[in-house]
Ligand binder design. Structure first.
Ligand SMILES: C[S@@+](CC[C@H](N)C(=O)[O-])C[C@H]1O[C@@H](n2cnc3c(N)ncnc32)[C@H](O)[C@@H]1O
Length: 446
């Protein structure tokens, strides 16, 4: 980690907006302070690490190796770090570019983290984050390169599903970083042009909390104000044309589907490649959504095989039932994965958490006791120790873990290693260019 050399070039001032630096003891920082720092490595979450007189600074809008003036945006008593934005670049990285989006930058839209970074270098930063998470949380030194999703050239115009926030005046916009404040925008450069062509950003949305826009791979884009009555949420059809599989999937416009138009096909191909399913095998698709991987697996294992899909969202399971109707070998279960395995749900604090204690833990009778293959594609929080132990107990010959959070993946990987599995491959994809997000597909074998 690179810190600022003591005394040298590390000074306070104002940022020209009147944010005054008071007399304080060394290392104490307050919101609005502007300090000059040398920028250290990238970290998970879209920021870099810097140090100011021993204090850790989580710094946005900067790049490793740069020297910048940083304005403190968050400083909490007792917290060992502060958050800051780079507001002036003193020495720029060779990888810095002018952000293509006029709404990217300190205090503006919080949707993108890396608009100021050359797009190939964004992938190198993400690879560094994946490596660091595996090293720190799984004690594994992994080699990983983040690949562009096929069809992506400049990292713009890819987002086919966008939830726009609505401000008090009824204008659609996007939220500031770590804030509920809405920045009204008249364009979003990462959005698919069909999203923008709906006119959503020029409409008046008085009384709505948000507006979802979905541009599916087939048919017209749809605009769904939020909240909507149940009956008002349309269903769209997504066509997947992978090299190893093709199919159509109906999805609720508010349900989960990959937002990059090339992502679903890329992940299906990768999962089929790393698992190499054989006819007659039994496979589990956990956190199965509308059945993307279940359908691909069903085709591969054939009518003599068996696929069990587990998903908790009622709409997704209803869509999955339709999407998987052509495959009699598939059983789609509506259940939380932890409930289906009969293990405790992760502990929550706060209202509603007490009832959990009295829940009976009972394994779903239709969940097989053995499986040849498992696909895990959990939400950002990951699968967790108990689910991972249950997956390992099925003794699958291969597990494909599809992960949108490398920290959760690395943590769950550590549990899989402990259960006797080893990491046999790690793929990473830039499915969310301009943001810090990265999608990984890890394969584990016994
Ligand atoms: C990242 S999505 C993956 C969906 C699907 N595999 C796909 O690629 O389209 C995660 C899915 O897990 C579901 N989910 C979240 N928590 C769950 C849980 N505890 N048990 C089962 N499903 C869950 C969500 O509803 C969502 O459909």
């Amino acid at each position: 980690m690179t810190g600022s050399p003591p005394g040298a070039g590390s000074h306070r001032g104002t940022d020209g907006t009147g944010d005054r630096v008071g007399e304080r003891s060394v290392g104490e920082l307050s919101v609005g302070d502007v300090v000059e720092v040398e920028v250290g490595p990238v970290a998970h979450g879209g920021f870099c690490i810097a140090r100011y007189e021993g204090r850790v600074v989580f710094l946005r809008h900067a790049l490793p190796g740069e020297r910048v003036r940083a304005r403190v945006t968050e400083a909490k008593p007792g917290q060992r770090f502060v958050r800051a934005d780079a507001v002036e670049v003193v020495e720029a990285s060779e990888h810095r570019v002018t952000a293509p989006c006029p709404y990217a930058g300190p205090g503006l839209c919080g949707g993108c983290d890396f608009q100021h970074v050359e797009v190939g270098h964004q992938r190198e930063l993400k690879a560094a984050v994946v490596r660091e998470q595996f090293s720190r949380l799984a004690h594994l030194e992994v080699a990983v390169a983040v690949e562009p999703v096929p069809g992506d050239h400049d990292g713009l115009g890819w987002r086919t599903r966008v939830e726009f926030a609505v401000d008090e005046a009824g204008r659609a916009g996007l939220r500031q970083h770590r804030s509920h404040d809405v920045v009204p925008v008249d364009t979003c450069l990462i959005a698919d042009e069909r999203v923008l062509a709906t006119g959503v950003l020029h409409g008046h949305w008085d009384g709505e909390q948000a507006v979802d826009v979905v541009a599916p791979s087939t048919g017209e884009a749809v605009v769904v104000p939020v909240p909507s009555g149940e009956q008002d949420v349309p269903t769209v059809v997504e066509h997947v044309a992978a090299q190893r599989f093709a199919g159509d999937f109906q999805v609720s416009a508010r349900g989960f589907w990959q937002v990059h138009p090339g992502a679903a096909a890329t992940f299906v191909d990768t999962v089929l490649e790393v698992l190499a399913p054989r006819e007659g095998e039994t496979a589990l698709d956990l956190y199965s959504g509308v059945g993307l991987f279940a359908a691909a697996l069903a085709e591969a294992v054939g009518p003599g095989g068996k696929v069990v899909a587990v998903e908790s969202d009622a709409d997704a399971v209803a869509s999955a039932a339709a999407n998987l109707a052509a495959y009699p070998s598939v059983l789609a279960l509506r259940a939380r994965v932890d409930d289906a395995f009969g293990v405790a749900r992760p502990k929550r604090s706060g209202p509603g958490s007490r009832g959990q204690r009295s829940r009976k833990l009972r394994r779903h009778p239709l969940l097989p006791l053995r499986a040849d293959l498992v696909v895990l594609d959990p939400p950002r929080t990951g699968a967790g120790k108990d689910v991972v132990a249950q997956v390992a107990a099925l003794e699958p010959r291969a597990i494909a873990y599809v992960a949108c959070d490398p920290a959760a993946l690395a943590r769950d990987a550590a549990w899989l290693l402990e259960a006797g599995y080893r990491l046999e491959g790690l793929h990473a994809f830039d499915a969310f260019p301009m943001t810090h997000h990265v999608e990984c597909v890890a394969v584990f074998g016994r």
